[in-house]
Design a protein around this ligand. Structure first.
Ligand SMILES: Cc1ncc(COP(=O)(O)O)c(C=O)c1O
Length: 400
């Protein structure tokens, strides 16, 4: 009998974190490695946010806060939901955690009974199924292929719902594909949910601000107000405000659910850092113009990467609407042979080949539940991206 609890057998460590760590280790060992695995902007946290944190320290905001988050931060979040999403969430309808990840974790732990089903469109952010499993739920994976622009088809959603379904998790713009739902797409999904009153929606809006080509951001409770009472709207400051290390995520939802989330959090982390909370409040209330400036750079990089990967033999890369990832298909490389005689049988073989021969670290599609693809994060310098794409083209050309 292992000393480690059997519930851990159900889950695996985050594969995206594993790839980032492997690339860092190879680099430290002297290998020339370009990491395309990172799920965070390469831009620094803006100075006005750092200044707010420094001021919070100097003013002695260094004690425990309310479990749900400081009143100041929850007020800033309430303003953000009203201003940007047309959603009315009062202070008792808002919770703040150590990143959006903890909020999602708390919400699933607080609601799932053993065997409850969670509908998760694939490709998905790697943590959804594992958190659901840890909470003794059953992930129900619905494939959403490139032919569907990686979006959940309303009929597929309808077919996936059973009497045991508790949640649908939506994520737009998406990690790993960058695909985003239009208002019409979203309305078609919320229409399906109207027919299933027992199903709640957990919407992960983490990449809300990272959208291109004038695309409008939409979130379920805004598009269909009738779903407001069964929607948890999750967001955070990690991506748009370049604050991944500060660990602040938040959600708005029905009072009873928020209370349950706070109860779980009161027996784990209590709350995220008081200083990070002050910084997050400043971020949400402060000037937002740097976000558009960052998006211009991201869009330029997206276009470079999509064009270069489409020139690589055996790859097919769709142009995403948002986030900072592309999710090319590597179907055209499967069955080919590497110069040292290995046959590429899966997307995992393909990314291993890229890392070993060209020192390019990307994450295989199987980790996100849809193969044969791989995820490239373009949240890295344009020069490095150009070099990485040239290496990927060379690796593809060397296959026979
Ligand atoms: C889709 C998605 N949701 C949630 C998170 C969690 O972000 P954080 O915990 O930093 O707020 C991430 C981070 O990679 C993400 O990509």
């Amino acid at each position: 009998m292992s000393f480690i609890a059997s519930r851990l057998d159900r889950i695996k460590p985050s594969p995206t974190i594993a790839v980032t760590q492997k690339a860092a280790e190879l680099k430290a060992a002297g290998r020339d490695v370009i990491g395309l695995g990172a799920g965070e902007p390469d831009f620094d946290t803006p100075d006005f946010i750092k200044d707010a944190a420094i001021l919070a320290i100097q003013e002695g905001q260094t004690k425990y806060t309310a479990v749900a988050g400081t009143p100041e931060l929850r007020a800033a979040i309430s303003r953000k939901f009203a201003r940007e999403n047309g959603l009315d969430y009062g202070a008792d309808q808002i919770t703040v955690g150590c990143g959006g990840k903890q909020v999602l974790y708390n919400a699933l732990m607080a609601t799932l009974e053993p065997g409850d089903e969670v509908v998760i469109p694939a490709p998905y952010w790697v943590s959804y199924p594992d958190i659901a499993l840890l909470a003794e739920g059953e992930p129900v994976i619905v494939p959403c292929g490139q032919e569907n622009a990686f979006k959940l088809a309303p009929a597929d959603l309808d077919a996936a719902i059973t009497p045991r379904t508790k949640w649908l998790i939506l994520n737009s713009p998406s990690n790993p594909t960058g695909a985003a739902y239009t208002r019409d797409d979203m309305k078609a999904l919320t229409d399906v949910l109207l027919g299933h009153p027992h199903v709640w929606v957990m919407t992960d809006d983490m990449y809300e601000h990272i959208l291109y080509d004038g695309m409008e951001f939409v979130t379920p409770a805004q598009v269909e107000p009738a779903l407001y009472d069964r929607t948890l709207t999750v967001n955070g400051v990690s991506k748009a405000y370049c604050m991944t290390g500060w660990r602040v995520g938040y959600a708005g939802g029905p009072v009873e659910l928020i209370k349950a989330i706070n109860k779980i959090q009161s027996q784990s982390s209590t709350h995220t850092s008081s200083i990070s909370q002050a910084a997050a409040a400043a971020a949400l209330d402060g000037p937002q113009d740097f976000i558009a400036a960052h998006n211009m750079v991201f869009k330029e990089r997206r276009d470079i990467v999509v064009a270069a990967l489409n020139q690589a033999e055996g790859l097919d890369c769709a142009t995403p609407e948002g986030a900072f990832y592309v999710y090319p298909s590597c179907a055209g490389t499967i069955g080919k042979t590497t110069p040292d005689g290995k046959v590429i049988e899966s997307d995992e073989d393909f990314v291993t080949y890229l890392l070993e021969t060209e020192g390019v670290a990307a994450v295989h599609g199987a980790a996100f539940g849809l193969s044969p693809h791989f995820r490239v994060s373009y949240a890295t310098s344009t020069a490095l991206l150009e070099e990485a794409c040239a290496r990927i083209q060379r690796a593809c050309a060397a296959l026979s």
